[in-house]
Design a protein around this ligand. Structure first.
Ligand SMILES: [Zn+2]
Length: 385
């Protein structure tokens, strides 16, 4: 039995549902900002829609001067995956047993709804708060992430607008809302390797050069290597092969070429240059004949525990009693574009167990609780007492 979706205008659950109804598969915004912008405008925010078609971005501000506390997030979602594996329509939010199902329910339309409603409540109580309250929203987080937060940060940089504290609404929680917040993320470096050999008959290997055999010892070394031990806030660096292919399909032909893709998630103990050097040294030492293309999708970033993380921890503690874990695990996030400007970046959002999966879901009690936590953080940082 499903429960009706609430419709109250100041109910964050209702707003989450309205956002899920916009099928905003990345990089589409599909009307999400049109739902959020009028609400911010009504509060007196100065909304700036910054479009790099088809990507929709929003930079909105309320108040003036420092400190600037910014909520950041994305309106886009990943594709649904096989529709037949969904028990409900992914773009028709459905509540069953206190859980709302729909694409983006956890990543991160509930986060957006909680931020907006929390801001409405905070401003109604503190219309003349300290400093500036801002929103940086994009529809290009799940895709290439080129025309989203990255470009908006470039615009802000040219204007010398500076974010002091950034609270990202990505789903960070593990078992319970607020048990984990992120204060950084590992870096991500990918490589596309082509190993060149010589095709031939398997019965005449001396006339061929097998790229599979050539790369195998190097791969063995790379996959068993201990890169570093990590540090207080970062897990050790890891290497994974994600794709490998070679061979013509025929059982009697030595392949002439091998293609391989790998990814490294790295801690602040590494740099891109150091990793590239280590990897090319290993291929060279094993006399592999190769060409390689590199892709850096994010450098590691880290916010030392400070004013923002303390406010977030205090807020979580007050509502749940949990001593939250400050973590840097998981995939990268748009925080990577904001942290390098010197902003403190902390991510707090709902439970992430179902994100990017079929039947994505969020507990509706957590949406309301997250709104309370966000409101409390604003109070701790910007309320004039
Ligand atoms: Zn997300």
């Amino acid at each position: 039995m499903s429960t009706p979706v609430p419709s109250g205008p100041d109910d964050p659950v209702a707003l989450t549902a309205a956002l899920i109804r916009c099928p905003s598969v990345s990089p589409e915004d599909h009307g999400c900002l049109d739902l959020l912008c009028p609400r911010l405008e009504k509060l007196g925010f100065n909304n700036e829609r910054i479009r790099f078609a088809p990507v929709e971005n929003l930079w909105a501000k309320h108040g003036s001067g420092a400190p600037l506390l910014c909520f950041a997030g994305h309106t886009d979602v990943v594709p649904t995956g096989p529709r037949e594996e969904w028990q409900t329509d992914p773009f028709e939010p459905t509540i069953k047993d206190g859980v709302m199902y729909g694409r983006g329910a956890a990543d991160m339309k509930s986060g957006l709804a909680a931020m907006i409603v929390a801001t409405e409540r905070f401003i109604s109580k503190h219309p003349k708060h300290k400093g500036t309250l801002a929103f940086l929203l994009t529809s290009d987080e799940e895709g290439p992430s080129i025309d989203g937060t990255r470009r908006v940060m470039e615009v802000l940089e040219t204007r010398k607008e500076k974010i002091d504290w950034c609270l990202v609404g990505e789903p960070t929680s593990g078992d319970k809302l607020g048990d984990v917040v992120k204060i950084g993320r590992r870096g991500s470096l990918s490589g596309k390797l082509t190993v060149h050999g010589v095709q031939g008959h398997v019965a005449y290997p001396h006339l061929a050069d097998n790229p599979v055999h050539a790369v195998a010892p190097a791969l063995s070394e790379l996959s068993s290597r201990s890169w570093d031990k990590g540090n207080q806030f970062f897990q050790p660096t890891t290497f994974q092969v994600s794709n490998i292919s070679a061979g013509t399909g025929a059982p009697n032909v030595v392949p002439g070429e091998l293609k391989l893709r790998f990814n490294i998630r790295f801690s602040t103990e590494q740099t891109v240059e150091k990793l590239q050097q280590t990897i090319t040294e290993i291929f060279d030492r094993h006399k592999v004949n190769y060409t390689i293309e590199w892709f850096v999708s994010g450098l590691p970033f880290f916010t030392a525990p400070g004013v923002l993380s303390q406010a977030v921890q205090q807020s979580i503690k007050e509502f749940t009693g949990l001593a939250t874990e400050l973590s840097t695990t998981g995939g990268t996030s748009d925080g990577r574009f904001i942290a390098p400007t010197g902003a403190q970046v902390v991510e707090l959002g709902v439970i992430n167990a179902s994100i990017h999966k079929v039947n994505e879901s969020v507990r509706i009690a957590d949406i309301e609780m997250l709104a309370k936590m966000y409101e409390r953080v604003m109070e701790l940082l910007l309320a004039v007492d």
